[in-house]
Design a protein around this ligand. Sequence first.
Ligand code: ATP
Ligand code: MG
Length: 377
Amino acid sequence: MYYIPMILVVEGLDYAIETKKLIKRYPTKSRSANGGYGHGRAPSFSGIIDLLRGSGGAYIEALKGIDLQIKPGEVFGILGPNGAGKSTLIKILCTLVLHDEGEVYVNGYDPSKEPGQVLKNLQAVLPESRGFSWRLSGKQNLDFYALLYGLNDSDAKQRIEYLLDLTELKERADDGYQRYSTGMQRRLLLCRALIRDTPIIIFDEPTTGLDPTGAADFRNLLKTKLAAQEKKTILLSTHNLQEAQEICDRIAILNKGSILACDTPDNVRQFVTEEREIKLEIAPNILTKKIENVIKQINNFPQVTEVKQEINQEGMLSKLLIRIQKETEITDILQLISKSELKIKTINTQEPSLEEAFLAMTRQAKKSQLDKEAIKQ
Ligand SMILES: Nc1ncnc2c1ncn2[C@@H]1O[C@H](COP(=O)(O)OP(=O)(O)OP(=O)(O)O)[C@@H](O)[C@H]1O
Ligand SMILES: [Mg+2]
């Protein structure tokens, strides 16, 4: 039996989550020395005001004017390297951290002004989330939280049964929590997050620490049950590009507090990578002067950026890897090869991976930052 979710989408709202020019600054350690508080001295009044406002002195800008629009029912991924600002964004949305400038809305409510309303609409599963008793069973732990969230007995019973079924924990529901594996603990955390049945769920690094099977099971649960069946809006942060590609409708690449790209994983993959690689497997052949000449001619095509040769264990040429500009026709190249003594066995075109795009974007961002700094000097 399925428990029917109460609120899924708030009528008339375009976005489940929206941010406009969102800025978050954290004071740095050096700032406490500059700001007149620290060093064992009592903090000055203006120092405290600065600290509360997050202004004045040295600071890190963790988010530098983020614009995001996440539609109801979307599975949206935030990708970024360490320190990109992923957790900061998530904490602002969950009312754990206050933003400094810009606007932020969760189903129309501002987390800094109406945290209670926001928390009625959103539930977060954070890596630091704990709060289960080791002595109680999985089910007893959930009973405790249902009571805490104010569900009446019959609603709680129905909801918990449904969630244990959804997360495939039913068989082990009466086992003590201390006997749960990391994957089971994570699924119980998800049950806890779903007790209140909010329309938006946020995950910070949901599969970190899980083994490949556990991570795949969790992704499957998010995609098929939470997104497809329960129609939740899901925001998740991840380092795992494969994960993002697999489950997200759209992703944003966040780097040092700025969004570098925001689109479907496929479009982001194509975004910066201007080249593709053609892999030609050829019947092993001695690398004669004639063949070296053919390779040179391939290299001379204006659209070809690189030709790599692969030599097998017998010292014969066995593969050619040709990097060309994305939209280039390869007929002329193939004709040139077919006229030579080389025999092509297979042809593969390597599409740019999300990882390549991600690395290219972060490299590009670093380069333009360095260029800016060089201009300043
Ligand atoms: N409480 C804090 N006080 C000061 N600086 C902070 C605080 N929390 C985060 N920062 C800084 O803000 C920046 C963004 O950090 P954040 O934790 O949001 O990144 P992240 O993308 O979640 O990184 P990770 O992938 O490592 O979890 C970093 O430079 C970090 O050092
Ligand atoms: Mg983080």
